[in-house]
Design a protein around this ligand. Structure first.
Ligand code: EPZ
Length: 420
């Protein structure tokens, strides 16, 4: 199994081009199932999750051409008779469940393997299924698969989510674009990736109002056409790299992203001691003082602090001056990186959904194991600052969400390489 070796201690100094957003690419790719025309996507990151989604769409009869160098993805869903998303593919990526809505509304039948849980939580899909049932789908679960039918198509419905779910909001939006009548979603997710999906669907002819707010309205149309869309920058990759100078010192120049309202976490990063300068499409990030200040973080759905940056900021807080707390309100088990950070010398204690982090002087480079995607990113950040070699195992997690992270960081003066 490949491992990432980081010989820490160097200051960060260099430029990184941020890739397109994984969490915007995945739902937008499934929009290709809603039309017989070509969907042309630019700024698509070459990540294992994106490749897995391509495998899944191919198995559902979609023609695919992906130019990894140009980051351009062409999708054209043939009106295939296949409506089954096999477990062999779904087990690799939980987000596969968002093919359910578009497949069901277009082909009036869908069979999707139940996505397992993962290390950060049980990840149920009850909100997805209840929403589609409200739109007239007959759904039952058997032998590890969700079976869904809508012989007369789906009808618009008034759907109220008891709590925010990004995936469930995406599945219902996708299904509602071709349902008959109007669908309203209350307590919808407001994440920037939802907005990007709606912008792409509108280019395809969908009638959507309210994206980015908690109240969405989608009026179904008879068909959607193809479109060309450029995927938004990955705000979580951006935030991860912003934290590199925070933990290792120095400065980083980030290209390919802006400081729009989707970068809502920047206030917290300024509070901890980072300065940001924007010039001609490049963001310069530099740590103000020698030590980062302790800050308290509480994750919540957008516009709250993103849960997907929580493991990364915990690494930084581990070396801050003072004691910080992190409260994880979105997932029930998203502190798996804490014991690994403690192995590196951090002083983190967990009490239910709260982590208490007492800043220490130094991390030690030791072998560590990544448990999930963002935990892997937090260990990379810790390795940048650690004394000695950090050896990170479990790279398949990292490769799901970060394209060429070692070459990006090596260009910034980090002594990092991948060893088989
Ligand atoms: C999306 O996951 C992201 N994944 C996650 O990013 C992100 O952490 C999450 O949204 C929250 O922002 C993609 O976009 C591919 P949810 P999703 O449905 O849609 C519970 C990363 O690191 N829930 O908003 O699966 C659920 O268990 C990944 O890039 C139900 O109980 O998240 C969780 O506790 C990790 N029933 C909470 O809601 C449901 O039917 C939020 O989950 C659906 C969700």
């Amino acid at each position: 199994m490949a491992k990432l070796i980081i010989d820490g201690g160097n200051h960060i100094s260099g430029t990184i081009k941020v890739s397109g957003s994984k969490n915007a690419s995945l739902p937008i790719m499934t929009a290709s199932l809603l039309t017989d025309d070509e969907l042309l996507l630019n700024n698509v990151p070459n990540l294992s999750d994106v490749i897995t989604m391509q495998e899944l769409l191919f198995s559902l009869g979609t023609e695919i051409y992906f130019d990894k160098d140009l980051e351009v993805l062409n999708l054209r869903a043939k009106n295939s008779h296949n409506f089954t998303a096999d477990y062999e593919i779904v087990r690799k990526m939980r987000a596969s469940i968002i093919v359910l809505g578009p497949t069901l509304v277009k082909r009036r039948i869908a069979k999707v393997a139940l996505p397992g849980g993962c290390s950060i939580g049980s990840r149920p899909i009850d909100l997805h299924l209840k929403g589609l049932e409200a739109m007239g789908a007959n759904i039952y679960i058997d032998n590890g698969y969700v079976f869904a039918e809508a012989k007369n198509g789906l009808q618009g419905a008034a759907i109220k989510f008891p709590f925010v779910s990004v995936g469930a909001t995406q599945n219902i939006i996708l299904a509602a674009t071709l349902a008959s009548g109007r669908t309203t979603i209350s307590n919808a997710a407001c994440e920037p990736e939802i907005i990007d999906l709606c912008v792409c669907l509108r280019k395809m002819g969908a009638k959507i109002i309210g994206e980015g707010t908690k109240e969405l309205s989608i009026t179904g149309v008879s068909e959607l056409s193809g479109a060309t869309h450029t995927i938004m920058a990955d705000r979580i990759e951006l935030g991860t790299f912003m934290l590199a100078p925070a933990i290792a010192g120095g400065e980083i120049y980030l290209e390919g992203a802006g400081l729009g309202q989707e970068i809502n976490y920047i206030k917290k990063l300024e509070e901890m001691g980072l300065n940001f300068y924007k010039k001609d499409g490049t963001i310069r990030v530099v740590r103000r003082d020698d030590k980062i200040k302790a800050v308290d973080v509480s994750t919540s759905p957008f516009p709250g602090f993103p849960t997907d940056l929580q493991p990364q900021i915990m690494s930084v807080m581990g070396l801050a001056e003072g004691t910080s707390t992190i409260t994880e309100n979105v997932f029930e088990n998203r502190f798996m990186h804490a014991p690994e950070l403690n192995r590196m010398g951090a002083s983190i204690s967990i009490e239910g959904r709260k982590a208490i982090i007492s800043g220490v002087k130094q991390y030690r480079g030791v072998p560590v194991m990544a448990s999930d995607l963002r935990a892997a990113a937090s260990l990379v950040l810790a390795g940048l600052a650690a004394e000695g070699k950090t050896i990170i195992d479990g790279l398949h997690h990292l490769d799901r969400g970060y394209q060429n992270i070692e070459s990006k960081l090596a260009k910034c003066g980090v002594n990092i390489y991948r060893a088989d």
